[in-house]
Structures are given as C-alpha cells and as structure tokens.
Design a protein around this ligand. Sequence first.
Ligand code: FAD
Length: 513
Amino acid sequence: MTADVRALDGRIIIIGAGVAGLMTALHLAPRPVLLVSKGHVGAEGSTLWAQGGLAASIGVDDGADLHAADTLAAGDGLCDPDVVRRFTREAPRAIETLALLGVDFDCEAGGGLALGLEAAHSRRRIVHAGGDATGREIMRALVAAARRTRSIEILEGVEARRLLVADNRVRGIVAVGAGGPAILAADRIVIATGGVGGLYEFSTNPRGSFGQGLALAAHAGAEMADLEFVQFHPTALDGPARPAPLVSEAVRGEGAILIDETGERFMAGVAGAELAPRDVVARAIWRRLGEGHRVYLDAREALGERFAARFPVIAELCFQAGIDPAREPIPVRPAAHYHMGGVAVDAEGRSSIAGLWVCGEAARTGLHGANRLASNSLSEAAVFARLVATSVAAAPAARLESSRAVPIPPAPEPSAARSILTNSAGVLRDAHGLRAAIAALAPLASSHGASGDPAAVALMIAVAALRRQESRCAHFRTDHPAKAGEPMRSRLTLDEAFAVAQQIAPRALTKRA
Ligand SMILES: Cc1cc2nc3c(=O)[nH]c(=O)nc-3n(C[C@H](O)[C@H](O)[C@H](O)COP(=O)(O)OP(=O)(O)OC[C@H]3O[C@@H](n4cnc5c(N)ncnc54)[C@H](O)[C@@H]3O)c2cc1C
C-alpha cells in the first residue's frame, strides 16, 4: 500500500464495512468515499451474524410513540429522549431504504412485511430476512450495492491503526495493508468499526470485534460515554465454538422456556418470565450456573418440528453441536453481545473531534441508555447512517495537510486484555475486581505493544464500571446492588482513565508516551 493510495487522498474515509459503514457510504453517493475494511468486505463484523432482525413500528397496531416508550423503558433513565423519538420516527423509512437497496425481507402470505416479537417490545415489530438469517441478507444486498456504486472505493485487508489529529481536527489515518503502511490524508472520517464483544472470552461477537474504533478515537482525545454498559445476551449456545453461537431472543418470543437440568422453569415467577429484559434473564441464568446447575432453552413444546423451518441458522448451529432442538433442550449461558456505550456523538453522529463522525455499534448516540432494546441496533445503524451522511456531506471541507512520518502501531492482539476484562467486568462486577483489572490493564494500555489498543479500551470500560456505584440494567455491581435515585450520565476520555489508574496503582503505571 504505497504510491497508488496517494491518489485517494482527500476522499471521505469510512473505517469499517458492516451495516453502518456500508450504508453511510451508499447514502454519501455520488460523493467519493474510501471504505476501509480490515477483512474481506462481507466476511467480517457482527452484522453478518445478526439473527433476530430490525425493530420498526410498521404494524397497524403500532406507532413511533409505542416503540419510543419501549426503548425508553429498556434504557432505564439513560436514553436521550429526543434521540429515541427521532430514531423511532425514522426507523420505518430506514427499512424501506434497505428494501430499495435489495434486502429481501420476509413477507406474510398477503404481501406485507412479516413482523416478529422480541423481549420487552409491546408489539410485533421485528422485520427479518431468511427467517433468522437477517444479517447475512443485509450484508449480501449492501455489499452488492456498494460494489456497483462507482463513488465507493473499497480498500480490503487494510486496517486503520491511528487517526492523525491536529488542533482537535482529523487530518487522516495511518493504515496498514498487505503492501505495508500508508498515511491517507482526509478531513472527514467516519468510524464504523462495530462493538467490543471480542474483548470477552465468551461472546457472540466475532473475535475481531474488540473495539478498535474506540481505541482510534480515544487516542485522538475523543470523549466516550456509557462504556460500562455491555449487554450480555442470556442465551448463547454453551459449548467450545467461538464466537459463541447465539440462540436468538426470537426463540423465546415463539414460546421456548428456560429450564435447569432438573426441568425446573426457574423464570416462571419473574415478571415477564423468559421475555423479561435481557439483563434480568442473563443474571438469573448466571446465578443458576453459579449454583452449579446447567441451564437449557427448551423449544420442544413451543416449536418442536417447526424449529428448523422458523430458525434455520440456529437449528444448523445446534446440529453442529450435536443437538436436535426439536427433540432436546439447548444448553445456554450468557455471552457478551452488544455495547451500549461507545464514542460519544451528537444527534448527527459527530464526535468531540472536528471532522470525526461515528456510526453503528461503535457510537454512543443516546438511543440505548443502560440497555438496548432487542433489534434496535441494526435499525440504529441504518437510521444514523443517513443522518451521518447528511452531516458529513454538509460539513465544509478543511485544508488537507501533507503527511509526515509517524510511528506505526503494531497489529493489535486482544488476548491479554480479554482475560482481564472477562474476569472483572462481566455480568456481575465489584470494586475489588475492577480495581485489580485497572491495575493490570494500565501498564498494558500505556505500552506500545500489540496489547496496547485492546487494553486501552478494556481499561476505559473497567474505569467506567468502577465509577458507576450503582446497579442499573446491564451494569450490575454486587457491592452496590441498588439503583441510584438520579440517573447519572457517564463520560470518559482515555486520559481520565489513566488518571484513575494512576491513583489506584501508581507504581504499575510508568510514564505514558
Ligand atoms: C450474533 C449476533 C446477533 C445479533 N442479532 C441482532 C439482531 O437480530 N438485531 C439487531 O438489531 N442487532 C443484532 N446484533 C447486533 C448488530 O448485529 C450489531 O450491532 C451491528 O451489526 C453492528 O454493525 P456495525 O456496522 O456497527 O459493525 P460491524 O458489523 O461489526 O462491522 C464492523 C466493521 O469494521 C471493520 N473494522 C473494525 N476495525 C477496523 C479497523 N481498525 N480498520 C478497518 N476496518 C475495521 C470490521 O472488519 C467490520 O467490517 C447481533 C450481533 C451479534 C454478534
């Protein structure tokens, strides 16, 4: 990657090619865009794995207000109500755009979109494709649309390693591909790098989703928000496969129940039972497992022989693990699944750095608050892709600066950070474990080694979790089990995280370069 990429200087750069990156690029057409993807486009990221679908108030008995009320209830005081209302108004239009781009959504016999029900939604409003193959179908259609759009230049196998920033304004990126490193000058950059599940040992996310976009933005000085809120999906297939195969909420939506090895339906007495909010179900399963039980999702009565037709992807994952879901209960356990926190952005996706927008799971828009409502994330990425593209297109061009020599960070390696974060910032947390994690992560994060960037993201998550001395939805502190009276917003920069680490472990932290 050397001489030929220089011709690309000055294009709008989008880092990441999941639903957020691809849709932002498509909305920006015909403006020239450079789409940088660390893997082969269409083969990486969480979008590919999405099963349930996209939430939008499309049904005749539904409305944007009802969708907003459910989203606000799930977010438990930490959503931005204006963002929520705007999102729920725009979500049906985003579904329409996806359909126009070629996504083949499942329809009823009469021709209307088939609408599924998921946990904590008061209406059937989940649009899906190929039964439970929604993510695959979205990626198929968006990749095809991007490849036939001439204004989109795709750089595959190229990893963004640093943002170049001067005077709080982006100047370009340092990227590394098969041909070596390159500096690409740009005055407008969109981060769309997905979530952080790959920082946990047991996660439904691809191993490569370990928050690189957060590290890029944090090193540039950007503000993060709500980082402590990591959603654990209650029902991942319990086995050796990584990423942990997800058994979608939609299976519970169809009536499957949770039992232990004795056959006891332990959620029966809980409000909402199996369709209670994800964090409630995840903690119930976690505690059951902690008591030495095994936990299963039993779809024999609710779906039986219909299972494979309604959920072909999940059925296949079960068969691969030697389980027939029509005849046997499926062993499950909670897995890190979705990050409500991320780079803090405004209603147009703008970060605190001029020229830097963030879209998709890497962004904290204020939609999810303390808990994401199921299937709101694909819709969020689709809705915000248009808002971000509109904002990027309207931004005045800034002067491009000629590139200068900069150090090239090594390829990131998350395993050291992964084991520390898994043990300290999982379904249940406490100050003792978080302080130990911060002391262990800080020296890694301040090093220039391969562990540096993943450890920096893990450090910020651990510091945010330590600071929030309450339990609220996805964030549960065993030493502070009650919810605080007033919902507290949490903002954090990397420098602030290091300052906390410095107080906790002054000797562990050598001078930060
Ligand atoms: C198993 C599973 C099931 C899910 N089901 C649903 C569902 O039913 N409904 C729903 O709403 N949500 C669901 N989600 C969540 C949803 O899929 C994600 O939130 C969403 O797809 C994120 O999209 P994204 O574009 O932000 O990121 P991703 O799709 O993760 O894409 C990120 C992209 O960034 C690239 N990248 C990362 N770092 C770099 C770098 N440094 N340089 C270059 N490229 C980089 C990656 O290679 C990838 O192309 C599910 C998630 C999982 C894991």
